[in-house]
Design a protein around this ligand. Structure first.
Ligand code: MFK
Length: 558
């Protein structure tokens, strides 16, 4: 008797098979002609993203981690970091298709370019072997230099960060974290000192610098003699090599041995009088405010990464369910399994809705068409989108691995890498709690919560009478009422303990409103899938439990 051999799952074409991504882009573009033009190139990217050769490159990059070569054969300190050529090739492909260029090009998409770009990132990102990390920082550094830079050198750097020409393209890092703190950077110890030629030189240790093969980075340092605290920190641009090609005074202490993101070099660096260029007047401080421009863009990239993880996990789980048989039935007909996959699909759609709205608003700001309301909404939406999508992605990636069973737990299925890599999402660029506190900062400084409430309310009002989503609209309205009460109570007590529960509840409610609006639009075209996703999201409950009243239990002092 012939032995049983499981037919292997095969990933479908990333664009053609992702009905939700296609519908979402069409909805946000709001113009069939623009959508057709975007589809013209996204279809090709989607085909390549899940082609066997691309998946093989991605898997090879994961198997070939970066290597630190401190010395040359004859003992010269070189601190070379070698990365897999598979990783480099995936990066070149990204640059050529516009992952750093598209938002800054003059296109017919106008202020909607960021939504097309978001779809592009969703296709390329999950296959990029984490080259999406340098791309996040490159895009964010370009934007930060555009907003805060003033010099011709800075403009020249922006051109390199945003070109599609791989022979000229640069990537950027972001060197912020020091041993004194990743979340609290007020204790930054790196000192900026002026040398006798008037150049700024940095002295200190950067503890967690990802994409360390990048040509440049934006970083923070305290001008010598400036007061302690975060207000006096200044932002600097730093290049790994000097104009004549020699190394800047930067030593690599070691590469980090991380749970995931293994194809990507992350290092500890010592700045030993490294030449650096201030962005703005360093003696004015304000470096944290300036680098926050960067953080807000990388946080959107982080959310795109989370949507990508959910999409890729779901795609593997569906591919497996199509070919697996259990208890005499195809797995894709088993109700228990379908219910599980449905919930991943709902999280994926919710995450996509949040990040698309962020990109829509970012595009408006970048093209000068945003209102003050848009700016305030984006300020609050960015931290809640990042924090919620990261948590959904971690849960979804684990669920997808479980859906593929024991083979999914084995390295050669690539699902363990997906799970490991997704685990960085809540940590990278601000943890869930730090971002919840950022929402409070944005509420107090920029009126972000009032703007978010108004945004969800007007979205919900507009669809309340629409039969396809009327029950969902009622659920959103009720959640909003409760959220307003909670927000009111948070004003009269210390809001920090409630911040996380509040931010997560707000994210679900916002995602549900966005999905309901899109669902109403799609239902008119005869497609009820998105309305059903919104209904399921609401049905699961939009609000998180309140925080515990006895906080001492956390440290076992209760
Ligand atoms: C995929 C690859 C992954 C590889 C592995 C990576 C593993 C992890 C590596 C890392 O370490 S990533 C860590 C990245 N670090 C962060 O994301 C920092 C997290 N901490 C924060 O975001 C804190 O909230 C913050 C450092 C900003 C707090 O700093 P402060 O100085 O105590 O905040 P303050 O005084 O409230 O704000 C200073 C100014 O910045 C204020 O403006 P003004 O000067 O005009 O008053 C704020 O309004 C402004 N600001 C702060 N956050 C902002 C912002 N403005 C706009 N947007 C924001 N998000």
């Amino acid at each position: 008797m012939a032995g049983f051999l499981q037919q292997p799952p095969v990933l479908e074409d990333a664009w053609a098979s992702d009905r939700v991504l296609r519908e979402t882009l069409e909805f946000y573009l709001g113009d069939p002609g623009l959508f057709a033009s975007a589809e013209g190139f996204l279809a090709g990217v989607g085909r390549r993203a899940t082609a066997a050769e691309t998946l093989a490159l991605s898997a090879r990059a994961e198997r070939e981690p970066p290597e630190h070569i401190p010395f040359s054969p004859f003992g010269e300190r070189i601190d070379e970091i070698r990365v897999s050529d598979a990783y480099v090739e995936l990066g070149k492909w990204g640059v050529e298709i516009g992952v750093t260029a598209l938002p800054y090009e003059d296109t017919d998409y106008g202020d909607k370019a960021r939504t097309v770009w978001a779809a592009l990132m969703m296709l390329w990102g999950p296959s990029s072997a984490l080259y999406s990390c340098p791309i996040a920082m490159t895009d964010a550094a370009a934007r930060t230099l555009m907003v805060h830079g003033t010099t011709a050198e800075e403009s020249a750097v922006v051109e390199r960060l945003t070109t599609r020409d791989v022979t000229r393209a640069w990537t950027s890092g972001q060197w912020m974290t020091e041993m004194t703190g990743g979340s609290d950077i007020s204790r930054t110890q790196t000192i900026a000192r002026r040398d006798s030629d008037g150049n700024w030189r940095l002295y200190g240790t950067k503890w967690f610098t990802s994409a360390t093969t990048s040509e440049m980075a934006l970083t923070l340092a305290r001008p010598e003699g400036a007061e302690e605290g975060s207000r006096t920190l200044a932002m600097f641009r730093i290049e790994r090599f000097l104009s004549e090609g020699s190394r800047n005074n930067i030593a690599v202490r070691r590469l980090k041995d991380k749970l995931g993101t293994r194809s990507l070099p992350t290092a500890e660096l010592e700045l030993k009088g490294a030449l650096a260029y201030p962005v703005g007047d360093p003696l004015e401080g304000g470096g944290v405010r300036r680098i926050a421009t960067m953080l807000n863009i990388t946080r959107i990239h982080n959310a795109l990464g989370s949507v990508g993880s959910l999409a890729r996990g779901l795609a593997w789980a569906r591919a497996y369910a199509r070919v697996r048989e259990v208890f005499g039935r195809p797995l894709n007909e088993m109700p228990a399994h379908l219910a599980t996959l449905t919930d991943i699909a709902v999280d994926h759609a919710a995450a996509l809705a949040l990040v698309m709205r962020c990109c829509e608003l970012t595009g408006r700001i970048e093209h000068g068409t945003a209102s003050e309301h848009d700016e305030a909404v984006l300020r609050g939406l960015t931290p809640i989108t990042k924090l919620a999508t990261a948590r959904w992605a971690v849960a979804g990636a684990a669920e997808a691995m479980e859906a593929v069973g024991g083979v999914g737990y084995c390295e050669d299925s690539t699902l363990p890498a997906l799970v490991r890599n997704t685990h960085v999402q809540p940590i990278w660029e601000g943890t869930t709690n730090v971002l919840s506190l950022d929402l409070l900062r944005a509420a107090h400084k920029e009126g972000a919560i009032d703007a978010l409430f108004a945004d969800i309310e007007s979205t919900t009002e507009a669809i309340a009478g629409d039969q396809a989503v009327s029950d969902t609209a009622a659920a959103i309205k009720s959640a909003l009422g409760e959220l307003r009460e909670r927000w009111g109570r948070m004003g009269s007590e210390d809001p920090e303990a409630s911040a996380r529960s509040f931010a997560l509840s707000f994210a679900s409610t916002m995602a549900c409103a966005l999905l309901a609006k899109q669902g109403a639009w799609a239902a008119e075209r005869g497609d009820l899938g998105t309305a059903a996703r919104a209904e399921r999201l609401a049905g699961r409950g939009l609000l998180q439990p309140l925080p515990p009243s006895d906080l001492g239990l956390g440290m076992d002092r209760g």
